[in-house]
Design a binder for this molecule. Structure first.
Ligand SMILES: NC(=O)c1ccc[n+]([C@@H]2O[C@H](COP(=O)([O-])OP(=O)(O)OC[C@H]3O[C@@H](n4cnc5c(N)ncnc54)[C@H](O)[C@@H]3O)[C@@H](O)[C@H]2O)c1
Length: 251
């Protein structure tokens, strides 16, 4: 067996929100699998030596500009992971107190930014005849409703628009898969379960009690699934939503 096989060799892959909890693990896994993982994030400056680019995914101009910059610096872009998580200060407001402005702004920041990034990167792939792969990071809450009992006794916030946004991301990935299948551009979603991030102990205990695999996820559980869908090994997989959730959505 060839143990040095690297499934992402010669692939240049952009991860939006690459400086966050999940994004850092995605970049690391892409690198370990032979690819160039470029973090596109609003929270760090541009540094090509570190494969980091400063950009705001919520403005279409910024995305098209940055795609040009990246392709000048690195050549064609083979993969793109929509993962950034912009949100308003009042994100998490209870549904009954949700304002029209907050709802519209978060749908715009989170869902519409994914859609506009897809448009710009697909144009790049079509123009350069790249048989590319796009992975849209969704969530278990784009598949099932929340179990509100696990939050009892904590002040954790449960943002109502999240389910709509992530459900939209999953089905929009199917639309794109169908639209661009003939161009051999693949579009899939990955839906992580809850990732351990020092949440209140009572929440963690309740989450672990309920989830079939009896533990919360960690970023390294999610990253290999993303890398797989970015690789040619997933060359006949498109329009799918891969739940990486310890079985949360299986019950
Ligand atoms: N953490 C979880 O438990 C979990 C579970 C399921 C799904 N997800 C999804 O995974 C994705 C990543 O989540 P996370 O927990 O790593 O979030 P995070 O907050 O740790 O990281 C998000 C990153 O996005 C960047 N960002 C924010 N606004 C931006 C903008 N306008 N332009 C560019 N970059 C911007 C931030 O700087 C940050 O580095 C999100 O889409 C989230 O919904 C997370």
């Amino acid at each position: 067996m060839n143990t040095s096989f690297k499934p992402l060799s010669n692939k240049t892959i952009v991860v939006t929100g690459g400086n966050g909890l999940l994004g850092k693990a995605f970049i690391e896994d892409i690198k370990n699998k032979g690819g160039i993982g470029i973090s596109l994030d609003i929270s760090h400056p541009t540094n090509f030596e570190l494969n980091q680019i400063h950009a705001d995914v919520t403005t279409e101009n910024s995305i098209s500009k940055v795609i040009n910059e990246i392709s000048q610096q690195y050549g064609n872009i083979d993969g793109w992971v929509n993962n950034a998580y912009p949100r308003t200060k009042d994100w998490g407001t209870d549904f009954l107190n949700l304002t029209e402005e907050s709802l519209k702004t978060n749908v715009d920041l989170q869902m519409n930014s994914y859609i506009l990034c897809c448009k710009e990167i697909i144009k790049h792939m079509l123009d350069n005849k790249v048989k590319g792969s796009i992975v849209n990071i969704a969530s278990i809450y784009g598949i099932v409703g929340n179990d509100f009992t696990i939050y009892e006794g904590t002040d954790m916030k449960i943002p109502a628009p999240y389910s709509a946004i992530k459900g939209g991301v999953i089905n929009f990935s199917r639309f794109l898969a169908s639209r661009f299948g003939a161009d051999e551009i693949r579009i899939n979603a990955v839906s992580p379960g809850g990732i351990f991030d020092n949440q209140p102990p009572s929440f963690v205990k309740e989450y672990e009690r309920k989830v079939p695999m009896k533990r919360m996820g960690n970023p390294n559980d999610i990253a290999p699934a993303v890398s797989f869908l970015l690789s040619d090994q997933a060359g006949y997989i498109t329009g799918q939503n891969l739940a990486v959730d310890g079985g949360w959505t299986s019950i």
